[in-house]
Design a protein around this ligand. Sequence first.
Ligand code: TXA
Ligand code: MG
Length: 319
Amino acid sequence: MAEVGKDILKAKEFLKAGKLVAIPTETVYGLAANALEASSVAAIFEAKKRPFFDPLIIHVDSFNSAKSYVNDFPQPLELLAKSFWPGPLTLLLPKKQIIPDLVTSGLQNVAVRVPDHELTLQLLEQLDFPLAAPSANPFGYISPTTPEHVNKQLGNQVSYILDGGNCEVGLESTIVGMENGKICVYRLGGLPLNEIEEVVGKVELKINSSDDPKTPGQLKSHYAPTKPLYIGDTEKLLEKYQNKKIGILAFGKTPTSYQNSFLINLSESGNLNEAAANLFSSLRKLDEADVEVIVCSYVPNNGLGLAINDRLKRASVSQ
Ligand code: TXA
Ligand code: MG
């Protein structure tokens, strides 16, 4: 198990020595290392058992700092950065040579974001390098939203866990880039699509699932519990799996009949922001509970609901 605490100086010393430190962000916890040191970055891939074709996001403390690691900042992306940083938005920008190819899996663009978490922002301000940080979970498993989640799975691989409490947004950042002059969204996430479109107009969605390793981060099966998760009409799924021990992931008002099963409600009042914040920890609780299958329905497909449904789909076996 790793030491958990709020000591920024300690985190800084470990990072300067090339070690891994788990950092809090508003989205999920990150597994951080010095992004400019290929050997430190390699340790991230090793700890997560992450394939090298899946590139990493670098975290910086400000727009100006982001600018110093990229060759160009197209105007629409600058507008987004200025509107939403610090926040759950990652931008794909042409990288400067100082960023090791290992960070970008050999791609020309580097993914950059300014996370909205006070402790991590303070830490970044004190470092003279950006932090490469994927979500701090073993590859393919559910992302961590508490220090305990990190410690349980990667406690032996990190030197320190910076304790920033529960992640407020609970979903990974929305990833945005440009192709042929068009603004594209590559991953739905904590910044809702409609808020992006209010600033830069209509965007293109490029979030299709794929088994093709050439399209990193869009893997069909991701964010997945070890128990099978089925999505559909919850009532019908309860009937279909009545011979098994069922766990229900619910949203909003539920029929009293559900109370015969192990049930976790993402938001009893039907609030999508609350549901997003609870999603990953609820999936973990269901995964650890005495159930054989997990069933759920999609949540309403608006606002953060789009990203929640995307994660549910990738976590499920019924695609
Ligand atoms: O909210 C978040 O984004 C969290 C916190 C820790 O910041 N990080 C996170 O990282 O979710 P990760 O590694 O789990 O997901 C990063 C994804 C990759 O899977 C890949 O799809 C995309 O970002 N990505 C990174 N660099 C890219 C690049 N150069 N081109 C295209 N996609 C890239
Ligand atoms: Mg991840």
